[in-house]
Design a protein around this ligand. Structure first.
Ligand code: UD1
Length: 461
């Protein structure tokens, strides 16, 4: 297992290019199952999740190849398989995106139920409700969802749930409805740019979907979807992660291939915190800071709000920003595993239901921490980049699911970050308790504030 060893304190500087979005690439790759011609996908990031889905799609009868230019070529060569096994689905929840395409094209899908995960309960009841409304017969047996249907038929479907709409649920229903007989209306559809990207891909293959980017979708079913060539939309979460990394280190970073119109809420919040963001060309942003950053309150909401996938990274930034900040997650209200790890670096964070109250420490101190999920890993990397001294970020296999070699991009920007195998002899000397250290080195931020939190203990100097 790999870990990152980071020496914090270097301001990031330079230019990096943002990849295509994981959350667009995965449902689009899955949707290729519903087409009858070959597709070529450009800017598909080379991630563990993408490789996992390639494996699943191969098992489902697809020819999947990445050519020398990096384009991903997908074509159905056998339309008989219809099952997605637990072993694959448990490693990647987005496998559920094959449900709608399989059902629509092959009339049957058998998909392992994904179960919960480290960011909270993640039911798929809305996916199933939508597919049932389209005429599918659905049952759950031995941990698998089994969905069967003849030709699906259009319906009026409401996709709102207790935490808003569902992103992958909207993707599943949209693909299924694209091949259904008649018209489907989806109300409370997810509006995320990745859903729009999938809709554009489907329309390029002959689907008739209107209202993309709004909560009301109208879909006129067609008989067949052909293949097409499609470029994946840039990853707004990777862009936000690198912006926050630049800000937390007082850096000067230019991002290429970033769509600022997909990041309005994040850009506004970063500006409020004191981060300077300038448009420096088409799809190019420059991130700098000048002087002190300010505490702020953030609420993660469905798009166009601040994404829940940026909540953890913002927490790292605010943990280093003097003052009291409050972060609330309305999409995944239990998504706070990173708070306890940040506390190991001296962050003062108290959890209150779906919120975290952060008493910004000014500067964190390096520590060994454990990544619990994809975006929590990114948050710990950000904290490590800004902290005083060395940090060891363990279990970064979570990070590799969603960032393509993040350490290379960060090194390109001057960060001191190494990927090493997690072994006793690679663990940073400076983090070993048996190493002689001065009292000053052992003194992290002081726990003097009244909100000093419940997840950490006072440390002695
Ligand atoms: C997608 C993203 C993920 C992001 C999330 C929220 C992909 C591959 N993943 O996940 O990175 O964090 O959107 O923006 O695109 N819910 C229900 N019933 C359902 C489905 C969801 O109650 O049937 C709830 C969930 O528990 C959650 C909220 O709705 O509280 C949003 O979940 P959803 O949009 O479905 O997330 P994913 O599509 O799994």
């Amino acid at each position: 297992m790999d870990m990152f060893v980071i020496r914090g304190g270097t301001p990031l500087a330079g230019t990096v290019t943002i990849n295509g979005a994981k959350n667009a690439a995965l449902p689009i790759m899955a949707a290729a199952l519903a087409s009858s011609g070959p597709s070529v996908l450009q800017d598909v990031p080379d991630l563990v999740d993408v490789r996992t889905l390639c494996k699943l799609l191969s098992e489902l009868g697809m020819n999947v190849n990445r050519d020398a230019s990096g384009d991903l070529r997908l074509e159905v060569v056998d339309d008989r398989p219809h099952a997605a096994d637990y072993e694959l689905v448990r490693t990647m929840r987005a496998s559920v995106c094959v449900l709608g395409p399989l059902l629509a094209r092959r009339g049957r899908a058998c998909i392992s139920l994904p179960g919960g995960c480290n960011i909270g309960d993640r039911p798929i009841d809305l996916h199933l409700k939508g597919l049932a409304a389209l005429g599918a017969d659905i049952r759950v047996e031995r941990g698998y969802v089994i969905a069967e249907a003849g030709r699906l038929r259009g319906a009026r479907i409401y996709l709102g749930g207790p935490f808003g709409s569902t992103v992958t649920g909207t993707c599943n229903i949209m693909v299924a409805a694209a091949l259904a007989r008649g018209k489907t209306t989806i109300e409370s559809a997810a509006c995320e740019p990745e859903v729009v990207d999938l809709g554009n891909y489907l329309n390029n293959m002959g689907a008739r979907i209107s209202g993309l980017g709004t909560p009301f979708l109208e879909i006129d079913g067609v008989e067949e979807l052909t293949g097409t060539t499609h470029r994946i939309v840039p990853d707004r979460i990777e862009a936000a992660t690198l912006m926050i990394a630049a800000a937390v280190t007082n850096g000067d970073v230019e991002l290429k291939n970033v769509r600022s119109q997909h990041l309005t809420a994040v850009l506004e919040k970063l500006s409020e915190i004191g981060v300077k963001i300038a448009n420096v060309g088409e799809n190019r942003l420059r991130i700098t800071t000048s002087g002190e950053l300010r505490a702020a309150d953030c609420i993660a909401l469905p798009y166009p709000g601040i994404p829940t996938d940026v909540q953890a990274q913002l927490m790292s930034l605010l943990a280093c920003t003097p003052g009291i900040s409050v972060i609330t997650d309305k999409v995944f209200p239990d998504r706070f595993m990173h708070a306890a790890e940040l506390a190991r670096m001296g962050a003062m964070i108290r959890r209150e239901g779906p919120s975290a109250i952060i008493n910004g420490a000014g500067q964190l101190s390096g520590a060994a921490v454990m990544a619990s999920d994809l975006r929590a890993s990114a948050a710990l990397v950000i904290a490590g980049l800004s902290a005083q001294g060395d940090s060891a970020i363990r279990r970064i296999y979570h990070l590799d699911r969603g960032y393509e070699r993040l350490e290379r991009k960060l090194r390109q920007l001057g960060a001191h970050i190494e990927r090493v195998e997690d072994r006793a002899d690679t663990f940073p000397h400076s983090l070993r308790l048996d190493q002689p250290q001065t009292a000053a080195e052992l003194t992290g931020p002081h726990w003097s504030h009244p909100i000093a939190n419940t997840t950490s203990q006072k440390r002695s100097a």
